[in-house]
Write a protein that binds this ligand. Structure first.
Ligand SMILES: [Zn+2]
Ligand SMILES: [Zn+2]
Length: 378
């Protein structure tokens, strides 16, 4: 009768690969969804390292059951993705695209900072330079990325342009804005494909911003543990905006849904929650916690801190022409990949979520890698 029966190993792996089956209570305590009913089994790692499970299979047969295997597999998967490193591109002895060493020097590109050697790959037919990612720019990577750092740290476009003059980079604030738009769009395309390993508790909140003098609402979805800013949505109204797209983006980007969602209790948060996160089955359902303020004091502390970070930007927002400018996305990239957080012991949210960006200048590393993935048309 036993045809095509899966081994415990295979069953455990399947559970680990399915979304929302494993709930992490702490480092040694997990809950794993029963595959036959709506219950959850407690899976615990003892002091001596041995794993135990509350299921029948474990107790009756004293074996490593599929729930234990599922937790072990998911921990391994997590370790694996935690090793994700985005490295700077420094090697020009091989093709940046196909790694072939069959490359030749192909003339010089001139700009005001001197001559930049061009290379041609005889195998894949692509050109590249040592200034990879910045080939078409009149200015050097240092100037461009310094501009982005200043702007997203809270300087206005005009102040940024003034500070750049001290570095010998003469550009108008309009050029600074153009750089930010161009490179944010490129980085967004690249980073959008990378999955952060976020925790099971997410927070959603709205932040005010002004676009051409009009009040808009920026909705942000953020991971509680890593502070990773998962998704954003801009709306014209506060209590009635449709927030389903915010939660849909969150699920797509994190490749899961949270166990717990914390909001300020606004009705549109709850509506979107019911449609995107509520499920019939308790094991897969997200719990919605509404941190409603009674005395005007908000308890959504981590969001409050982020609010401050974004409010610094408010005066700059006044110059925004439309809400679909990449500036808001740039703030998200700065928050996740560039800015170290005290609460994360000096790490970035991306590092806490398993994505490490190497190099002296993280902006350069991100732009190089994005350019390699999405080369500019020649
Ligand atoms: Zn079990
Ligand atoms: Zn090549």
């Amino acid at each position: 009768m036993q045809t095509a029966v899966l081994s415990r190993e295979e069953k455990g792996r399947l559970i680990a690969e399915k979304p929302n089956q494993i709930q992490r209570m702490d480092e040694r305590f997990y809950k794993v969804a029963s595959q036959s009913d709506h219950g959850m089994y407690d899976v615990v790692r003892r002091e001596n390292g041995a794993w135990i499970c509350g299921c029948f299979d474990y107790h009756y047969r004293q074996v490593r059951c599929k729930h234990i295997i599922a937790v072990q597999v998911s921990l391994k998967l997590r370790e694996h993705v935690q090793a994700r490193v985005i490295e700077p591109i420094t090697d020009v002895h091989a093709c940046l695209f196909c790694k072939s060493e069959n490359i030749k020097k192909d003339g010089l590109r001139h700009n005001k900072y001197g001559d930049i050697q061009k290379f041609f790959c005889k195998d894949c037919g692509k050109w590249f330079t040592v200034n990879f990612g910045f080939e078409r720019m009149k200015h050097n990577p240092q100037g461009i990325t310094t501009a982005m750092q200043l702007y997203f740290s809270g300087e206005s476009l005009r102040n940024t342009s003034r500070s750049l003059r001290l570095l010998g980079v003469q550009v108008s604030h309009k050029t600074v804005f153009m750089w930010i738009k161009k490179y944010t769009a490129l980085m967004e395309k690249y980073l959008d494909k990378i999955t952060p390993q976020v925790s099971d508790t997410w927070r959603a909140d709205e932040l005010f911003l002004k676009v051409k003098g009009n009040m808009k609402y920026l909705y942000a979805l953020m991971d509680d543990q890593t502070r990773f800013w998962i998704a954003q949505e801009v709306a014209d109204t506060k209590f009635t905006a449709d927030l389903r797209p915010l939660f849909q983006s969150g699920k797509r980007i994190a490749e899961k849904q949270p166990k717990t969602l914390i909001t300020d209790g606004a009705p549109n948060f709850h509506e979107a929650y019911e449609q995107e996160f509520w499920t019939q089955k308790i094991a897969t359902r997200t719990e919605h916690i509404r941190e409603i303020s009674f005395d005007g004091v908000r308890h959504n502390n981590k969001m409050e801190r982020m609010n401050g970070e974004i409010r610094d930007r408010e005066r700059v927002m006044r110059t925004l022409e439309t809400t679909d400018t990449p500036i808001l996305k740039g703030m998200e990239i700065f928050h996740n990949y560039i800015r170290p957080h005290m609460a994360l012991k000096g790490r970035t949210p991306a590092e806490a979520a398993g994505i490490k960006v190497e190099g002296e200048n993280k902006w350069v590393t991100l732009i190089q890698n994005a350019s390699r993935k999405y080369p500019a048309k020649r």
